[in-house]
Ligand binder design. Structure first.
Ligand code: PEP
Ligand code: MN
Length: 345
């Protein structure tokens, strides 16, 4: 990692640095933080001569060699001061609440518009709405391009930024062209490295934030953070980690609630963690407790499925969406737990 003395290198300085790095068979990838741009050396960055030549340049502060599988997202990385903001919230400074339907029903857009308004009034900062859905059953509703228009219309009506899942490159393009500011990578695609690379390349140079769910199959911490690094290493480090329960182990919960992963992630990465209690427990009645536990464990925010009339919803909504009343109360309590938190000792 090349750290310049100033906030970023001039084009001439980039050319000089690139020449040195490329002569050692590596490549330079700028990583644009909110304040500072740093430059990743892609390839084997251990060559002493290359490092000496780079450190000899008057505008280079130092070359950092973090021995970590995720150099950018590592807690010791110089990007650790990078701030991610969406919906008027800077992650880490205020609790981020993402809420809305699991799935937008294109035949009944009215429910989504009502939910959008209701989650805004409940205090949510980002509106979620599934346009395209990964469904276990191939005959179940798979989503509809038309829902993208409904999503963006709800965003215009409420002024809330929106979050939706993309599963392939076509959906990625449609979502970015429509102006979706937060893209979700679902649990089933959390380790789909081709998709992660496509998303990373597509969001580089944009303000888009990516919400990366944790895979269903209980992987290691490093596997999760490395998946996020796949996206970040194309140049946009605004990636949020989202635990959402792993393969079920407790009868009664849809998945195995994994909000206790938060402090472990926070020891290794600066990336914010927003927990999804809805898919963890899979039943509306258990969502508030899981949400509060996540905040107690140190989460930076919550992603909650909510619906004005869950029984009329589609996808996961009839089972696990909370009503606006429950959402409002959960957010109020979550903020209380957040306020009780003390820095780790
Ligand atoms: C969702 O958010 O509706 C969803 C499908 O989530 P996950 O990928 O975590 O199952
Ligand atoms: Mn869902």
């Amino acid at each position: 990692m090349i750290l310049p003395k100033s906030n970023r290198l001039s084009p001439e300085q980039v050319t000089a640095v690139t020449e040195i790095v490329e002569s050692f068979g590596c490549r330079v990838q700028p990583i644009v933080g909110a304040v500072r741009t740093i430059y990743a050396i892609v390839g084997d960055e251990r060559d002493e001569l290359m490092i000496n030549r780079l450190e000899g340049l008057p505008y280079i502060e130092r070359i950092d060699r973090i021995q970590s599988p995720f150099k950018l997202l590592d807690i010791r990385s110089d990007l650790a001061t990078h701030q991610i903001a969406i919906g008027g919230v800077t992650l880490g400074k205020e609790l981020l609440i993402i809420a809305g339907h699991c799935t937008i029903d294109p035949k009944n857009p009215g429910y989504f518009y009502e939910t959008a308004q209701a989650v805004k009034e409940a205090g949510a900062h980002v509106l979620r709405g599934g346009v395209w859905k990964p469904r276990t059953n191939p005959y179940a509703f798979q989503g509809d391009d038309k829902s993208l228009e409904i999503l963006m219309e709800a965003s215009r009506r409420t002024g809330l930024p929106v979050d939706t899942e993309v599963m392939d490159e076509d959906q990625l393009r449609l979502a970015l062209d429509a102006g979706v500011p937060m893209l979700q990578v679902g649990a089933r695609n959390a380790l789909n490295y081709s998709l992660l690379r496509q998303i990373g390349a597509a969001v580089a140079g944009r303000k888009t934030v990516v919400l990366l769910k944790r895979s269903l199959h209980m992987g290691t911490l490093n596997e999760f953070i490395s998946a996020a690094e796949y996206i970040a290493n194309f140049g946009n480090p605004s990636v949020i980690l989202c635990p959402r329960g792993t393969a079920p182990a407790l009868d009664g919960y849809r998945n195995h609630p994994d909000e206790s992963i938060v402090p472990l992630l926070k020891e290794r990465t600066w990336a914010p963690v927003v927990v999804d209690p809805s898919h963890s427990v899979g039943k509306a009645a258990y969502v508030p407790a899981c949400a509060l536990a996540a905040i107690a464990y140190g989460a930076d925010g919550l992603c909650i499925e909510a619906h004005v009339l869950p029984s009329k919803g589609i996808g996961d909504d009839p089972k696990q969406a909370v009503t606006p009343v429950v959402l409002t109360e959960t957010i109020r309590r979550a903020r209380e737990v957040w306020a009780l938190r003390r820095p780790a000792v």
